[in-house]
Unconditional design. Structure first.
Lengths: 198, 110
């Protein structure tokens, strides 16, 4: 049985006009791209964003450096497409805005006072966690949102985040710092308000 | 209660576990794959469009440093030929022409 064709070989065939060869790349990297997209955009838009990613990848293939890794290149396109998705969504005023309540304040306080990782994991499974996450990310600018997702939620290094976003490491560091400060202000402000009303 | 840095870390760590599980249930079937391929085929083969794009990306930018250098050289030549006076040259002209002479001339004393 022959070995499956290498990415570079498939790309060469596509560039020679064999459009259908793209189906091999699509099948090979579909799951990987989807994993990246699923976390970053709402479930209802995952399919459309994933389609856009592969169409952009196809259109950009003539500029692809055959010596580099296709997977890494595709992940850059995926992250930047998600960034564009949020930009458009913010412009239209469509970003999902959950309304926080006393339950969320209690959840934050429970997390802060949780003594073990197990207890914190139990808390993460609660509905409040999901709503709070959507709210907090929705309060940030698109750029800060991407940085928080990559550095704090996915635990990427600043270098990795910079490569994917096409920014300098210094820019990522500054944005990380600002986003963290903003999040802290947002959450402490929310807790303060909830305490006053209760 | 004061919301400290450590508190934010704890909250983010807890939120990260939910974030990384986000969308786990979403499955994309063959229909989606077919839809993508329909879109790709509609764009047509890349070879026809590749000619111009590759020329632009691969070659034109390689000439950018040479073009910039040529622009600077031509700029310098044009600058010299048009006889622009630099600030130093202007100052030199003033120094060489004694101001009192022209002042007397203006006042009609000479």
């Amino acid at each position: 049985m022959s070995d499956p064709p290498k990415d570079s070989e498939i790309i060469r065939r596509i560039l020679q006009g064999e459009t259908n060869a793209f189906e091999i790349l699509l099948g090979r990297y579909k799951a990987y791209a989807l994993r990246m997209i699923k976390r970053r955009v709402p479930a209802k838009d995952v399919e459309d964003v994933a389609q856009e990613v592969f169409i952009k990848a196809y259109q950009s293939l003539p500029g692809f450096d055959p010596d580099s890794h296709f997977k890494k290149w595709l992940s850059t396109i995926a992250v930047r497409t998600c960034c564009d998705y949020w930009r458009k969504s913010y412009q239209k005023g469509e970003s999902p805005m959950s309304v926080l309540s006393e339950r969320h304040a209690e959840w934050i306080e429970a997390v802060i006072s949780a003594k073990s990782v197990l207890a914190a994991d139990k808390l993460a499974a609660r509905k409040e966690a999901k709503e709070l996450l959507a709210w907090a990310l929705g309060q940030l600018s698109v750029e800060n949102r991407m940085v928080v997702e990559m550095v704090y939620l996915e635990e990427m290094t600043e270098r990795e985040a910079a490569e994917l976003l096409g920014w300098s490491i210094a820019n990522v560091k500054i944005r990380t710092f600002r986003a963290r400060a903003r999040l802290r202000k947002l959450l402490s402000g929310f807790l303060e308000r909830e305490r006053k009303t209760s | 209660m004061n919301f400290k840095k450590e508190d934010l870390k704890k909250v983010l760590r807890t939120l990260s576990s939910i974030y990384n599980k986000e969308g786990e249930a979403i499955e994309i079937g063959e229909a989606w794959e077919k839809r993508v391929m329909v879109g790709i085929r509609a764009l047509g083969p890349l070879t026809a469009r590749r000619g111009l794009t590759a020329l632009f990306e691969g070659y034109i930018w390689r000439f950018a440093p040479a073009a910039a250098a040529l622009f600077l050289v031509l700029g310098a030549v044009v600058y010299q030929q048009m006889g622009f006076l630099s600030e130093c040259e202007m100052a030199g002209v003033f120094v060489e022409t004694p101001i009192d002479d022209s002042l007397f001339q203006v006042l009609g004393a000479l």
